[in-house]
Write a protein of this length. Structure first.
Length: 395
């Protein structure tokens, strides 16, 4: 008689989700983790699992959240403040070989968390992992179009950009919905960074600014001078010339006080300037300011407009997303946009005079503050997410 060899196939345990949220976000820049924190504070800690890496992961660990360490998906290469598309492509050319492993890790993290809803901010893997498990997934992004990041480069890179854009549309369209943490059109700051593809647009919902503070509950800060300016430049070395320009310009405005948040040192700081790397109540400082000088990151823009603050914005050179944000803020007449190439003391002096003397910018910024108060973006986001977390539990 023939002997038949019997193979025992081990079946995967059926995935049984609980009423729990899995929140996966990028640690590139401060915006993703700030939005994630705004969401997290709307849930009980035992109902939430955080997936991230680097300093953002540590931030949530320090707050007492259950966390899973994830690998970064994509490494961006730049030099002197410029996004280098060619080097970024070469650095990530083998990404397809490792991306499947990242998706598998993310899938296992969702299984282990027993989540009934996945939130993805700045990451693609959780969208794909949620799709594999048939778990509802919500993408939070201020950037759903990616071809503009490549269109000014060589023909080869433009072709790559189209391919990358197609992949992004496909992945985004597998999510249940895409939340844009911005004002609804025609008041949207990130408008020029959004996809026009119908597969993406039909899943898009504008929910309003998603900031991790309540503007009406901020500590009141006494202004150190009649004219108070907050300057936020961070610690990237390529922004040191901006810092030097602000210091020199401040000498021309002895009646103004400049609070400068940056990780640079220099001699000859005038008496009307205070330089500090970080302040735990920086939102309160911004709230007290007459205007702000800063970059044009999206989360920064949402925080400024939620507080009704006019601004002078300097987008990082060749950072298309920031450049588009800055253009929109200028079009909405809440900000004055300056380029790196023109950011010198004489030019900045004239811009400061203009934003100080023309009430248009303050008036328009205050309209956005009122709009943000009416929209209640954070509450809207949490309400929608809680609905998704309950969908797999209802029957």
């Amino acid at each position: 008689m023939p002997i038949f060899e019997t193979q025992i196939v081990k079946k995967k345990k059926k995935y049984v989700p609980k009423n729990r949220l899995y929140l996966s976000f990028s640690s590139e820049g401060l915006g993703h983790s700030s939005r994630a924190m705004a969401i997290a504070r709307g849930f009980d800690k035992e109902d939430l699992v955080i997936g991230s890496y680097s300093y953002a992961l540590e931030r949530f660990k320090n707050e007492g959240y259950t966390c899973v360490e994830l690998p970064p998906e994509f490494k961006i290469i730049g030099a002197k403040g410029t996004f280098d598309v060619k080097k970024t492509i070469l650095q990530n050319r083998s990404g397809a070989l490792t991306f499947n492993n990242i998706v598998r890790k993310e899938t296992q993290a969702i299984r282990d968390s027993e989540a009934s809803c996945v939130i993805a901010d700045g990451r693609l893997a959780p969208v794909m992992a949620a799709d594999k498990l048939s778990v509802p997934c919500v993408v939070i992004t201020n950037q759903s179009a990616f071809y503009p990041f490549f269109e000014k480069d060589s023909a080869l890179i433009r072709v790559f950009g189209r391919s990358f854009d197609w992949l992004m549309k496909t992945w985004l369209s597998s999510a249940e919905e895409i939340m844009i943490p911005d004002f609804p059109p025609p008041f949207t700051v990130c408008l020029y960074n959004l996809s026009q593809n119908f597969k993406v647009k039909k899943r898009t919902r504008f929910v309003g600014p998603l900031v991790c503070f309540n503007p009406d509950e901020l500590e009141e800060i006494e202004k150190p001078a009649e004219k108070y300016v907050v300057v936020m430049l961070g610690g990237h070395a390529y922004r040191k010339p901006l810092f030097d320009t602000v210091i020199e310009t401040a000498k021309k405005f002895p009646d103004y006080f400049f609070d400068v948040f940056a990780s640079f040192k220099t001699d000859g700081i005038p008496e009307n300037v205070r330089v500090q790397g970080f302040a735990p109540n920086i939102a309160s400082r911004v709230n007290a300011a007459d205007f702000v000088i800063t970059q044009a990151g999206h989360s920064t823009a949402m925080e400024l407009l939620s507080l009704g603050k006019p601004s002078i914005v300097i987008p990082d050179y060749k950072q298309i997303e920031q450049e588009n944000n800055a253009i929109r803020m200028e079009e909405l007449q809440t900000s004055i946009r300056m380029q790196y190439a023109e950011f010198f003391p004489d030019n900045l002096t004239e811009v400061i005079k203009k934003i100080s003397n023309d009430p248009l910018y303050s008036e328009n910024a205050m309209k956005f503050k009122q709009m943000a108060r009416e929209i209640q973006g954070r509450n809207r986001v949490i309400e929608v997410i809680k609905d998704y977390t309950r969908r797999l539990q209802r029957y």
